[in-house]
Design a protein around this ligand. Structure first.
Ligand code: 3PG
Length: 213
């Protein structure tokens, strides 16, 4: 089955995907505004908090230009739940047969995680050509992605884990990276402190790093 690709949703202009841990639904809108106004359009709200579906719904409603997705999808039944909340994409740290089968029934682009050549091949056999590479820093970083490019030229990655302004371009310049994600743009402590100015400044800095190339 042909899958809708996350890269088609975010386009080339939005390769930074903040991974957002949001406990308080009241933080959803100001957080999305702080990021989107800096040019960070794709937002991954992790399901590591109970509030996540409500956060997704509030962001979609109040900040319609944001491309809001759900992260840390680890249960097949969560796909329909996040789609119903308004998520435009879903990200998982891994892939199982049950998750792959569920994704065929729920119309939402899923980016599953894979870090070994075997996992990457298995994901491709299920029809996934865009994969999360997590935790990128521990799983070989850019060197690993360079190694697998000749093997799987038709697979592209969104690395997350240990990414910062200092190394994001070393990933994004790879032919097999379509985006890069992480918490550094909007870390949990800044979200909890409602420090939207600092999150906006971080997002602007990261956008400038990418624009400079
Ligand atoms: C993820 O879920 O992708 C990670 O939590 C992001 O990793 P980081 O915290 O190192 O950015």
């Amino acid at each position: 089955m042909t899958k809708t690709l996350l890269s088609a949703l975010i386009g080339k202009a939005a390769p930074l995907i903040p991974v957002l841990h949001v406990e308080n639904p009241e933080h959803a809108v100001p957080l999305a505004e702080a990021l989107v106004s800096a040019g960070v359009m794709a937002l991954e709200v992790t399901l590591r908090t109970e509030a996540a579906p409500e956060v997704i719904a509030r962001m979609r409603k109040a900040v319609p230009q944001a491309i809001v997705g759900a992260g840390t999808v680890t249960k097949p039944e969560q796909l329909a739940k996040v789609r119903d909340a308004g998520a435009l994409f879903a990200v998982s740290p891994a892939l199982t047969e049950r998750l792959a089968l569920a994704s065929e029934k729920v119309d939402i682009p899923l980016v599953p995680g894979a870090v070994t050549p075997s996992e990457m091949l298995a994901a491709r056999e299920y029809g996934f050509h865009e994969l999360k590479f997590f935790p990128a820093d521990l799983m070989g970083g850019t060197a690993m992605l360079k190694h697998v490019l000749p093997l799987y030229p038709d697979i592209r990655f969104c690395p997350t884990g240990g990414i910062s302004d200092g190394n994001v371009m070393s990933y994004l310049e790879l032919a097999n990276c379509f985006a890069a994600g992480g918490a550094w743009l909007a870390p949990r402590d800044l979200i909890e402190a409602a420090d939207w100015a600092e999150i906006n400044a971080r997002a602007k800095r990261a956008v400038a790093v990418v624009a400079k190339g």
